[in-house]
Design a protein around this ligand. Structure first.
Ligand SMILES: *Cc1c(COP(=O)(O)O)cnc(C)c1O
Length: 356
């Protein structure tokens, strides 16, 4: 029996996508070969990666000057690779400290350039997005963590600035339509909203790539290398790209990004309504910044928390324990999560009777 998996990532995907991926792993399109043994340069695979890129382009309506890259590894690498590509040795970038993934990017960027931390939500334990700050004149770009996966806070409106945004969208990529023109770089590892672990999709606005920089970017980390080679400079993790293609086809067939957004809002409203109604639980983030992908909440006592986790696991609901720094619960509801699973979680909250 399939469990209802609220894990923050690797996350659940639609059952049909897992089935298609499993079939292709045994025999890809009746070719007599597994998808995993086909060369990344074979025409069969080139078709896969081209279709995947074309679907990202179509879903986000990317202008020509955007390139779609598929790079091995997770979004964490891009926290270093993006500043490497965009900043000269004496340049600076700006960032708002919104939580765990902002802190990771601050650390990564500081190894390469100057970092202006414009504001921090640390004093309120990262329960909100700081909005009151001023941009220094010398910042080349503003790094935003579109959705702070661990603390469950999300930009519902991106900051209005006249420099490009570089966005870590790992936990809300392909979850809503976007005005991409404001972005220099957008990146997301696949295992949350659109696939399995192993690859990161990077959207590069070629207008922001500096034409001459005093930094010598190693060839393997240079976005231009991968643009020139259509992401096939080296062996891209082929199976994860194939799974991403299956998810992209699924997203398009289900109605595209408008529909993904509608569903995310519906799923999260259902859950937050119960969190706010039920006297045994309380939300962690301030309402206006609550993430529609990761809902963080706690029970009114640690004993009740233990009992509720047991109640969930008895009913096949898994993956909702919060990250240690935040505690409580975190229900992650990415593109692959059914509303039926959220309805079940809400029912479990409603009929939960702690033993006191
Ligand atoms: C999960 C996550 C990452 C890290 O991705 P890896 O694939 O583990 O490198 C980075 N940023 C955000 C916002 C995330 O949610």
């Amino acid at each position: 029996m399939r469990k209802h998996n609220f894990s923050p990532g690797p996350a659940t995907l639609p059952a049909v996508v897992f089935q298609q991926a499993a079939d292709a792993l045994v025999d890809y399109n009746h070719s007599g070969l597994s998808i995993a043994e086909i060369s990344h340069r074979a025409p069969e695979f080139m078709q896969i990666i081209e279709e995947a890129s074309a679907l990202v382009r179509e879903l986000y309506q990317l202008p020509d000057y955007f390139e779609v890259l598929w790079l091995p590894g997770g979004a964490s690498s891009q926290l270093a690779v993006a500043p490497m590509n965009l900043l000269g040795l004496n340049d600076s970038m700006a960032i708002v400290d919104t939580g765990f993934w902002a802190l990771r990017s601050i650390d990564a960027a500081r190894e390469l350039a100057q970092v202006h931390v414009l504001a921090s939500a640390s004093e309120t334990h990262y329960d909100r997005i700081p909005k009151d700050w001023t941009l220094p004149a010398d910042a080349k770009y503003l790094h935003v963590v579109s959705n702070e996966t661990i603390e469950g806070i999300q930009y519902h409106q991106y900051p209005e600035v006249d420099i490009p945004l570089v966005a870590d969208m790992t936990s809300d990529f392909l979850s809503k339509p976007l005005d991409v023109d404001r972005f220099g770089i957008i990146f997301a590892s696949a295992q949350k909203n659109f696939g399995i672990a192993g690859i990161t999709c990077v959207l590069v606005n070629t207008k922001v790539l500096p034409s001459n920089s005093d930094r010598k970017v190693p060839t393997i980390f240079d976005y231009r290398t991968h643009i020139q080679n259509q992401s096939l400079y080296h062996t891209v993790p082929t199976f994860p790209v194939y799974v991403a293609l299956l998810m992209l086809r699924w997203i398009k067939a289900e109605g595209g990004l408008d529909e993904m957004q509608k569903r995310s809002i519906a799923k999260s409203e259902l859950l937050y309504t119960e969190i706010d109604r039920n006297p045994l639980f309380e939300g962690i983030a301030v309402k206006e910044d609550r993430s529609v992908l990761n809902a963080c909440f706690r029970a009114i006592s640690p004993e009740i928390e233990i009992q509720f986790l047991a109640h969930c696991s008895k009913n096949n609901v898994v993956g909702i324990k919060g990250f240690p720094t935040v505690g409580g619960f975190r229900a992650s509801m990415y593109n692959g999560m059914n509303i039926e699973s959220v309805e079940l979680l809400v029912d479990l909250m409603k009929n939960f009777k702690p033993e006191l």
